[in-house]
Structure formats: C-alpha cells, structure tokens
Design a protein around this ligand. Structure first.
Ligand code: DP6
Length: 361
C-alpha cells in the first residue's frame, strides 16, 4: 500500500536556475459526493466524478532560484492582474505540501492563472485551480528528480492537489475518477484519485453536463465549513456507509450501461448532500428557488418524454444537467425552451466528459 511517506522527495539536485511550465486542469462533477473529512484532507467516504472538458483553469508557473531563507516567495496573478485575495490560500497550500516538496523554498514563483469559465459563475474553481498548480509543481519536481515515472508523477500531482482542495485530486487524469478507499475499486486510496479501473459502457461515453448558472453570488457557507459540520452530525455514519453502497452500485451501472439506475443514484446523492447541509448544526440551505424549479422541470420532462436526463448539484445553487450524448439535441432544446429562464442572465455552460490535465508548454 502506498503511504504518505512515498511522496516525500528525499534526493534532488537544484539543477535549474529558472524556467516556466504551463498546464490546464479541468473541473469535475461528483456523482457520489465527498462531504466530510478527517485531518490532513482524508475523506470520510469515497467519491467518484466525471472529469469535465471545457471548464478549466490554465496556470503558468514561472520559477527563479533564490536564496533559501526559510520562507515561501511567490506572486499571484489572476487573468494577468495581481490578486492579493488568493494569496493566503496558496500560502496555506505551500505550507501543507512543503514536507513532500522541500524545494519550494529554493525558488521564487510567479503563478499566473485564468479560468475558461466566468470567475463569478459560482463554479468551484478550487478543484481545477489546485489541480493545475499541483501538476505544475510536479513538472518542477521532475526537473529536479528526473527518475520519477509517469504514474508516480500523476499520483503525486493528485496527492498534492488533494492537500489544496479535496475534490481537486479528481482533476488530474482520467474520464472518471475515484477518490477514497473502496473495497471494490482496485488501487483506490484516500491519498489520491485513481482512474475508474473497469471498462465503461458505451452509454456513458461523451456524457454531457450542461451547467445552469442559477446563482453567481458568493456562497454563504464554504465547502470547508460544510465538511467540518459532518463532525457530530446526527446522520454522519449512515451517510458515509451509504456512499460506499452507492459507489458499489454506480460501479456496476457504469459497467452495464443502466442509465435509469444511474439517474436514481446520482439524483439521490445530490439531494442527500443538500439534506446533510439542512440537517447540520448550524443548518443552512444553498439551493435557491430556481434550483427547485429546474429540478421539477427536469422530472416533468423526463416523465413526459422518457428522456434519460437527470440533475446533480455541487455545494451551491447551480444545477448540472447530465445526459447521454445520444439525447444531446433533444435535451439542449428542452434547456433552451424551459430552463434558461431560471438561469441568472440566461447563462449556462455546455460541457462534457474530458480526460484531465493537459501540458500546454
Ligand atoms: C460538494 O473539495 O471544495 O463538491 O477539501 O475543503 O477544499 P475542500 O472541499 P471541496 O469539496 C467539494 C464538495 C462537493 C462534492 C464533491 O466534489 O465530491
């Protein structure tokens, strides 16, 4: 079994003065949700997600050797402009990963980052953002220690991304990614995401995700606070064991192509996530009236037309509409006719399953 110790870099040479890397990393949408964590970003239950294709963060990491004065040194640019508000999160990330990447104090960094989706869309950029930064850092590690394998490179990138934001570890590599130990998923680990190891049924190839932007405002409660509220939550143990069951069930579904069963698991997971928020102390609600309007419209459309379309939710009000590629025209027409009116400024983003991070050097 791979342990944290395997990700400590022991031998390296500061063989490079300066340079830069550039990677893009996508967002992902969980089917079985991660909600609740232990110390060191260890998930309370395993989760599985579709990797997205169009919603991405593109990050350029420029580095220059400096005297190691025991401090991190970096500048942060968002869309080309200095962004002080993002710095504390990066500082914390560096502190968390320093044990595994001891070279971080030997360089001054410029982190230049941008998203392909509107910043204020309410789409979590932490998954794609942390994944893009983590994989850039691995590119530098590979220069300092060229012996590492491609598998180790990706595994450690996911491991580092997890320390930045849990769900980010599912944004490195693969169409469908599992994070967290699960009895039936070989190679699964609490430490990093792994590609879903079975072969996936045709029905799920190029699965579509249209993200309806219901509310672009700042969330009232951050995911990190929400995760903490699963401590001492009255339904926590039941929820964690349900996630294991749902992951077993969705594994079979992804293999056998049973889209009807897929819909039941995915919608139940989304509503359970929000039920956990509503039953924590303090309790909170992240859905908006239009979130519910959209859910009801989707149910009605599905009943009336027998189209395999369903929804899922993140920790926010936006709705992800999931459907097979074969129903694309029909569902997009339905979205345009009946759902756009519930989106803020009529905004939605068309996405689909993608492959993970891309080196854009
Ligand atoms: C509801 O990964 O954003 O999207 O680890 O505290 O950064 P931190 O939390 P984060 O939580 C995401 C939770 C979720 C479900 C999921 O993506 O599995």
């Amino acid at each position: 079994m791979i342990s944290e110790k395997d990700f400590i870099l022991n031998n390296y040479t500061l063989s490079v003065e300066n340079g830069s890397f550039q990677w893009s990393a996508p967002s992902n949408i969980a089917l079985v949700k991660y909600w609740g964590k232990k110390d060191h970003q260890i998930p309370a239950n395993p989760s599985i997600s579709f990797t997205l294709n169009n919603c991405k963060t593109i990050t350029k990491l420029t580095f220059e050797k400096k005297i190691n004065d025991g401090k991190f040194s970096f500048d942060l640019l968002f869309e080309g402009q200095p962004k002080e508000d993002f710095k504390p999160k990066i500082q914390k990330f560096f502190e968390r990963i320093f044990e595994y990447c001891p070279f971080l104090k030997d360089f001054h960094f410029t982190i230049d980052t941008q998203n392909t989706f509107p910043h204020s869309s309410g789409i979590a950029s932490s998954a794609s953002g942390m994944a893009a930064l983590a994989i850039n850092i691995m590119s530098l590690e590979k220069v300092l220690n060229p012996t590492i394998s491609e598998d180790y490179f990706n595994q450690k990138a996911s491991f580092l991304a997890r320390l930045g934001s849990g769900s980010a570890c599912r944004s490195i590599k693969g169409n469908i990614v599992v994070w967290g130990n699960h009895a039936e998923i070989s190679g699964s680990s609490d430490l990093f995401g792994v590609e879903f190891p079975s072969s996936v049924h045709e029905n799920f190839k190029n699965y579509q995700d249209t993200i309806l932007l219901v509310d672009k405002g700042e969330k009232q409660v951050s995911s990190t606070v929400g995760h903490d509220l699963m401590f001492g939550h009255p339904f926590a143990e039941q929820r964690f064991s349900q996630a294991h069951h749902n992951l077993s069930a969705i594994k079979n579904v992804l293999e056998n192509g049973d889209v009807e069963h897929f819909i039941k698991i995915v919608e139940s997971e989304a509503l359970t996530l929000h039920a956990m928020m509503m039953t924590s102390m303090p309790y909170f609600i992240l859905m908006k009236p239009n979130t519910l309007e959209i859910i009801n419209k989707i149910w009605k459309f599905r009943n009336n037309t027998q189209t395999s379309v369903c929804f899922t939710l993140d920790a926010g009000a936006n709705v992800h509409v999931l459907y097979p590629e074969s129903t694309k025209e029909k569902v997009l027409q339905f979205i345009k006719n009946e759902l756009v009116g519930y989106c803020q400024n009529g905004q939605y983003i068309c996405d689909e399953i993608g492959n993970g991070a891309v080196n854009c050097n």
